[in-house]
Design a protein around this ligand. Structure first.
Ligand code: SF4
Length: 241
């Protein structure tokens, strides 16, 4: 399917159709519409991502799931990656900036994540994402509307101007409770840090423990600053970092 001629009306019609559709129905549409190798899911192995991977395996066994390895993920996150690799019939692919922490320290200083987190996210996440997606057509994500005000208006199907792909968000309507009920029901693996007061888990230097009663599902991320997103899901000027 060519996406170059899609109009706003095309996206509106799809989103009207998907507003009451299940994640599985949205995934079926993705793999009916795009070549399998051109439709990839991105994940940081959060709880929503685990649930989407569960559906993805059912709809398209062997599909690609990529993660952005910033070199500073938690050991628990790498362990979860290994468990998910063993559990699901999916191809979990590492995407890396090619820019080592030593090279970054030499060029920008030891703690770029403190001095300029937007630049650090651009180098270690946004830029590698853009490179990886440059030959893809569809990017699946597990973002949800209830995660933050910046995601409250997310649609099931969007055009990512920054990455020039169709962005598909099959979980947008699910709530935090829906996600955990699904994980419990199917006994899916999840990051044990969630049980230790980390509602949202990113890179180690930028994720803090906030306790289990935090109202904000993304509390603890860049908690010392106004920053709320790494830029992966912002369009398009802020995605530049
Ligand atoms: S989350 Fe923090 S450590 Fe990770 S890429 Fe962004 S600024 Fe750097």
């Amino acid at each position: 399917m060519s996406t170059t001629t899609w109009t706003d009306e095309d996206f509106a019609a799809l989103n009207a159709r998907f507003e009451s559709a299940s994640p599985r129905a949205v995934l079926n549409w993705v793999f009916d519409s795009f070549e399998t190798e051109k439709a990839v899911m991105g994940s940081g192995f959060g709880a929503s991502g685990v649930v989407l991977m569960h559906f993805l395996e059912q709809v398209q066994p062997g599909a690609t799931v990529f993660y952005l390895d910033t070199d500073v993920l938690f050991p628990e996150t790498y362990n979860l990656r290994d468990k998910l690799t063993a559990r699901f019939d999916l191809d979990i692919v590492r995407v890396h900036s090619g820019f080592s922490l030593d090279e970054q320290a030499e060029e920008y200083g030891e703690k770029l994540w403190e001095d300029d987190p937007d630049q650090c996210c651009f180098l270690r996440k946004v830029k590698p994402l853009r490179q990886y997606l440059s030959d893809k057509s569809a990017w699946l994500t597990a973002i949800r509307r209830d995660q933050s005000p910046t995601r409250a208006n997310a649609d099931h199907v969007e055009w990512s101007e920054a990455n020039e792909v169709v962005k598909v968000n099959p979980m947008v309507k699910w709530t935090e409770k829906d996600i955990w009920d699904h994980i419990d029901h199917y006994n899916l693996p999840y990051n044990p840090l969630h049980d230790e007061g980390y509602p949202s888990i990113g890179c180690m230097p930028c994720t803090e423990r906030v306790g289990n009663d935090a109202d904000d599902p993304r509390a603890g991320r860049w908690s010392d600053s106004e920053k709320k997103e790494c830029g992966l899901h912002l369009e398009p000027e802020t995605a530049e970092g």
